[in-house]
Design a protein around this ligand. Structure first.
Ligand code: MTE
Length: 320
């Protein structure tokens, strides 16, 4: 059965596409090898990542057929301002500094069943799935990431939002001892983000616990983060500790810091430029070099078929 109903966008040459089953087969091989203690003997290309942090997953729907970006780039070229503003800072700082267990996520506000979830209880809420999504950063680079998670909707349903719940606000951990970036006022800490309730319920929106089949590296938002693939990457808040259901549209950190540059919706939109740069094209991580071409950015990051109806009738130049 084909779990990946979306074919790659037309701009990608067939030769560039590595179907999921190739990396998944590679992963299964690694798992089997780990089970019999063979990992040390595996060729380098197979042993891309250290064994031991694996998550039990099943193939999920909606994955892109594009070749996943190498794990090294996904984990080393990262935005996580709590650990510094340089792309290499989070990989340097987060692994030593962030304590990801014990960890709890408080779910509160306009819900009938508010609850504080221990991370291990949260993990058990729904079966974990592999979902390979395009990620488009607002800074005009992109990647293809094999996430591990389950639909955020599974959590939303569990806490039963009341009729007043119109939006959902996500809050990252606030702890300057673990997060040295919070000692400087680059953003109004803690990092917050928000979604409309129907966006949070969309089957593409994920609560993610891992990538490349393993638990999330700290710099990518361990132990739990949001992934909203049709929006710019900054909407996907990392290392979250609170999910609050609210009636009024929340203000997110980037909107607070530069409202004329960052809106609430932040849907990937090649026709709406950032005031300081074009959003029409993007550079794919790993495709650097003199002759590498920029890719055209796709409306809703290529997920228009699935999400455009959420915004029917809205002026997306105004609600950017
Ligand atoms: N979450 C927190 N808490 N702090 C951040 O600085 N950066 C965002 C988002 N989530 C950020 C965050 C931005 S700008 C991007 S592009 C993505 O994380 C990048 O992370 P990823 O490559 O792990 O998806």
């Amino acid at each position: 059965m084909n779990h990946y109903p979306w074919s790659a966008p037309r701009d990608i040459a067939a030769s560039e596409i590595t179907p999921q089953d190739v990396w998944r087969r590679r992963r299964d091989l690694l798992q089997a090898a780990a089970a019999v203690g063979l990992v040390g003997a595996m060729p380098r290309v197979l042993a891309q990542s250290p064994a031991g942090n694996r998550l039990p997953t099943k193939p999920g729907p909606f994955s892109t057929m594009e070749r996943p970006t190498p794990r090294k780039l996904i984990t080393e070229y990262v935005n996580f301002y709590e650990f510094g503003t340089g792309k290499g800072d989070p990989a340097k700082n987060a692994p030593q500094l962030l304590r990801t267990r014990p960890w709890s996520v408080q779910v509160e506000g306009e819900v009938r069943k508010p609850r504080t979830f221990d991370i291990d209880d949260l993990l058990k809420l729904a079966p974990l799935e592999d979902r390979v999504y395009r990620l488009r950063c607002v800074e005009a680079w992109s990647a293809v990431v094999p996430w591990v998670g389950f639909p955020l909707a599974a959590l939303v349903r569990r806490v039963e939002p009341t009729g007043n719940a119109k939006f959902v606000e996500f809050t990252t951990l606030a702890d300057p001892r673990q997060m040295p970036g919070q000692r400087s006022p680059v953003l109004d800490w803690p990092y917050t983000e928000g979604l409309r309730l129907d966006e949070a319920m969309h089957p593409l929106a994920l609560l993610a616990f891992g990538l490349y089949g393993e638990v999330l590296p700290n710099q990518n938002g361990a132990p739990v983060r949001i992934v909203v693939p049709w929006k710019y990457g900054f909407k996907s808040a990392k290392s979250i500790v609170r999910i609050r259901f609210v009636e009024k549209q929340p203000l997110n950190s980037w909107q607070k810091s530069a409202p004329h540059e960052y809106g609430f919706y932040s849907n990937v939109n090649p026709a709406h430029d950032h005031p300081r740069w074009s959003q029409a094209t993007e550079r794919r991580l790993g495709e650097d070099g003199l002759f590498s071409r920029r890719r055209p950015t796709l409306m809703f990051n290529g997920y228009a078929e699935q999400v455009a109806s959420l915004y029917a009738g809205m002026d997306l130049q105004r609600f950017y």
